[in-house]
Design a protein around this ligand. Structure first.
Ligand SMILES: *[C@@H]1O[C@H](CO)[C@@H](O)[C@H](O)[C@H]1NC(C)=O
Ligand SMILES: *[C@@H]1O[C@H](CO)[C@@H](O)[C@H](O)[C@H]1NC(C)=O
Ligand SMILES: *[C@@H]1O[C@H](CO)[C@@H](O)[C@H](O)[C@H]1NC(C)=O
Length: 283
């Protein structure tokens, strides 16, 4: 604590007051760095950020009045939520968010963001309870590291161009109450989230998703193992049918033979009884 305080005295010269003050400045500097880096990494053609995110005001809590920024306390530069929905923002997922280390919610929905999501997104926004990246142009696969965001309640990735399989690890997110990946390019098995947890709407309009709550993956015979099983089943049924036909052939042949044997005594009996009736009538 004391060496880091000395560094700040040399560099900024603000840390003359208290060790507590030094800690406070450390905490807020990283959030300032975070927002500055987000602003620098995004294209902002509608000037939402450039008109509001003014870093000239050094007063503690000034960033809490920025458009789309919510702080833990209005007079402390410690960012709680970032909500930048529908602002025409362009560019890639802003990696500077890593430095908003107390962030609990991120909403970048309905912008024109593109490119792949960072593979280590789970370490960038570890503590978020809400992540909404819906209605952008994100592509590539859904990072498995999202499974490390164990506080996630709401995860919205719908209306992007995400492809590949949904990482099975996401099934481990025990607090998820909302999960939406509709309108992407996803394929393969849906992770097991628990029965009836999310409706089919949340997975709709993807070219190749299967499994609960959609149709089971076995009905699509893309999987070679499934094809082998289906082939074996069809072969088994054919074999059984042939066996039954052969069996029936022999059964009927035997039955016909037996009937031929039985036929004569029947006829004889019939003839005899006829004769006897005729005989009684005649007498
Ligand atoms: C931003 O975060 C990175 C990675 O956690 C860290 O190394 C860096 O020191 C942070 N920058 C500031 C200004 O806090
Ligand atoms: C700087 O921010 C503080 C706190 O948000 C505010 O009260 C003050 O008016 C701002 N100063 C300027 C020059 O905008
Ligand atoms: C989660 O974090 C741990 C520790 O950092 C790491 O070993 C693991 O691979 C991560 N899980 C995923 C799915 O990325």
């Amino acid at each position: 604590m004391i060496p880091s305080c000395n560094v700040h005295i040399e560099i900024i010269g603000i840390c003359l007051l208290l060790l507590l003050g030094c800690g406070l400045i450390n905490g807020t500097e990283t959030d300032l760095f975070c927002l500055r880096s987000i602003k620098n990494s995004l294209k902002d053609p509608l000037n939402y950020l450039s008109s509001s995110w003014n870093f000239e005001n050094k007063t503690e809590g000034a960033i809490c009045r920025f458009t789309g920024v919510e702080c833990w306390h209005p007079d402390e530069n410690k960012v709680l939520n970032i909500k930048l929905s529908d602002m025409g923002l362009e560019g890639q997922f802003p990696l500077g968010i890593r430095n908003c280390s107390s962030l609990t919610g991120l909403d970048l929905s309905s912008n024109k963001l593109s490119g792949e999501l960072p593979p280590d997104i789970g370490t960038i926004i570890t503590f978020v309870t809400t992540l909404d990246l819906s209605s952008n142009g994100f592509s590539g696969t859904i990072p498995a590291s999202l499974a490390n965001c164990s506080y996630l309640n709401d995860l919205k990735l719908d209306n992007n161009r995400l492809s590949g399989q949904i990482p099975p690890q996401l099934g481990q997110l025990g607090r998820l109450k909302m999960f939406n990946v509709a309108n992407n390019l996803l394929t393969g098995q849906i992770p097991s989230f628990g029965k009836n947890k999310f409706s089919a709407d949340n997975f709709a309009h993807n070219p190749g998703l299967c499994g609960e709550p959609l149709d089971s993956c076995e009905s699509t015979s893309k999987n070679p193992r499934v094809a082998v099983i289906v082939g074996a089943a069809v072969g088994g049924v054919l074999f059984a049918a042939i066996a039954v036909i052969i069996g029936m052939f022999f059964y009927f042949r035997r039955a016909v033979k037996m009937r031929k044997k039985d036929d004569d005594p029947e006829e004889n009996k019939w003839a005899r009884s006829l004769k006897s009736i005729k005989g009684t009538k005649a007498s």
